[in-house]
Design a protein around this ligand. Structure first.
Ligand code: URP
Ligand code: ZN
Ligand code: ZN
Length: 467
């Protein structure tokens, strides 16, 4: 067991900001306070001076897809490459999705994802299960997944008909079962029939370029499904988490729910806060880089999302990290509906949220921590083990230098993807050192651990302490 003393940093949690030292024994934080050197410097194996830096809780990306088999190919980051990139950017835990295949059980999906991640993953990880075929067998598996396997959240798709989509009846049954055992259903809210109709109409007109992707999935596709799933959850008194919400119209459905005292948890992703649909016009099939679902929206939607964060309507900023290289994107060169949906993002979520959020005064430091770490840990049953810097918690800490300026580029990023959605963006603030369970895993851009360092973290039910 190694002991680590971090001196002179500014410790930031979702609630407080204090100048303090942090002392770590093995994997856990043991003390936070002033002048811990006098008590612990003799016991420390390593002392790090964090003068001028913030100490943030390790980031939690609640929405990633490493090596996901999807739309005829596989997401290009493996559990190894994607989580290492995440560590470079201060994300110490991911929650990935194990996808059920039609005719298969939920447990076999979970086992398959465990197999992909085991001995490969660099950061810590947990799983949601994406339910795509809600059979009687699947229904019987929910209790065991929540109580024995550490999976307390289940994703449903209201789009991708014939592949991933459940109908409303199946979603209602799933919600009932999940609620019985204290879990939560998360939803990809797009009206699948409307999407399929609009895609068919565009194709029939010969509208085949990437710029027709957002036109086939306009805001009403998302806001209708968002309102519907919120109503379904309200009727049954079910907890609900909406993944990757993108636009003002959908956010207004969430806002309306508050008027009847319904709580809905909402996630957006960094790309929806920072990029807009003009990206689809990038020349030479460049628009395909941004083909994801739901699509990028208007600048006015970005502003609405920032306001939604301010109003506590949005709790979590994730990435939906699902990268495909340009060769893979070219599967849809003649038809936008065949472009694999998804984009890279895990590496720069925290730095972009700091630079564009904190430094541009859209959010304060504590909100930054809540959005990038604490809220997800509470909603998804990782807290207080993860999601804060607290005595007794895992020593997952990012030493963040707020002054360093750097430029994002595919030439220097660590994600296994040959483009960046933020190519050439200048950001201020960099993860100098990432610590995961007391071990320095990244220092000044250098990885100090290899694949397999990451551990599976079984989750508790939302609201139940993970200790
Ligand atoms: O375009 C996306 N979002 N790809 C990943 C799958 C999903 O819907 O989350
Ligand atoms: Zn989705
Ligand atoms: Zn996703």
């Amino acid at each position: 067991m190694k002991n680590l003393l971090i001196k002179n940093g500014t410790v930031v949690t979702a609630s407080d900001t204090q100048n303090a030292d942090v002392y770590i024994e093995g994997e856990k934080v043991v003390a936070i306070g002033n002048d811990l050197g006098s008590r612990f410097s003799k016991k420390a194996d390593q002392i790090i001076d964090a003068n001028g830096c913030y100490l943030f809780p390790g980031g939690i990306d609640a929405h990633t897809h490493m090596q996901l088999p999807f739309m005829g190919t596989f997401a290009s980051d493996t559990f190894e490459t994607g989580t290492l990139a995440g560590l470079h950017g201060g994300t110490t835990t991911i929650i990935d999705f194990a996808f059920q295949s039609h005719g298969d059980t939920l447990n076999s999906a979970l086992n398959a994802w465990h197999e992909m991640a085991k001995d490969k993953t660099c950061s810590d990880y947990a799983f949601h299960v994406a339910v795509t075929d809600f059979t009687e067998t699947a229904q019987k598996e929910i209790q065991g997944l929540v109580e024995k396997q550490g999976v307390s959240s289940f994703k449903t798709f209201m789009a991708y008909k014939g592949a991933l989509m459940l109908d409303d009846r199946q979603i209602i049954q799933l919600m009932k079962e999940v609620k019985k055992f204290g879990g939560i259903v998360t939803t990809h809210a797009e009206n699948g029939d409307l999407v399929d109709t609009l895609i068919a109409e565009n194709r029939a007109k010969g509208n085949l370029g990437p710029e027709f992707h957002p036109l086939s999935r306009p805001p009403i596709v998302e806001s209708e499904a968002t309102g519907r799933i919120i109503d379904i959850a309200h009727q049954g008194g079910h907890p609900l988490y909406i993944v990757h919400l993108t636009c003002e119209d959908a956010l207004n459905r969430v806002r309306a729910a508050t008027l009847r005292n319904q709580k809905v948890y909402v996630e957006t992703c960094v790309q929806y806060l920072l990029l807009d649909d003009s990206a689809y016009l990038e020349e030479n099939f460049g628009g395909s880089k941004y083909v994801m679902s739901p699509p990028l929206r208007k600048k006015s939607d970005q502003e609405a999302l920032w306001k939604g964060i301010d109003q506590n309507l949005i709790e979590v900023v994730a990435t939906d990290h699902c990268p495909f290289c340009m060769d893979q994107k070219k599967m849809g060169i003649k038809d936008f509906s065949k472009i694999p949906n998804g984009a890279p993002g895990i590496e720069h979520r925290m730095e972009l949220m700091f630079s564009e959020g904190v430094l541009k005064k859209r959010i304060n430091l504590n909100k930054f921590v809540d959005l990038t770490s604490t809220a997800a840990s509470k909603i998804f049953g990782l807290y207080p083990r993860k999601g804060s810097i607290a005595v007794g918690g895992d020593a997952d800490i990012v030493i963040f230098d707020p002054k360093v300026k750097h430029t994002i580029s595919a030439a220097t990023h660590h994600m296994n993807c040959d483009y960046s959605a933020y190519e050439g963006w200048q950001v201020t603030g960099k993860c100098r050192t990432t610590i995961l369970r007391g071990q320095v895993v990244i220092d000044q851009g250098k990885a100090l651990i290899g694949k397999g360092y990451g551990k599976y973290i079984p989750r508790t039910k939302p609201g139940v302490a993970n200790v």
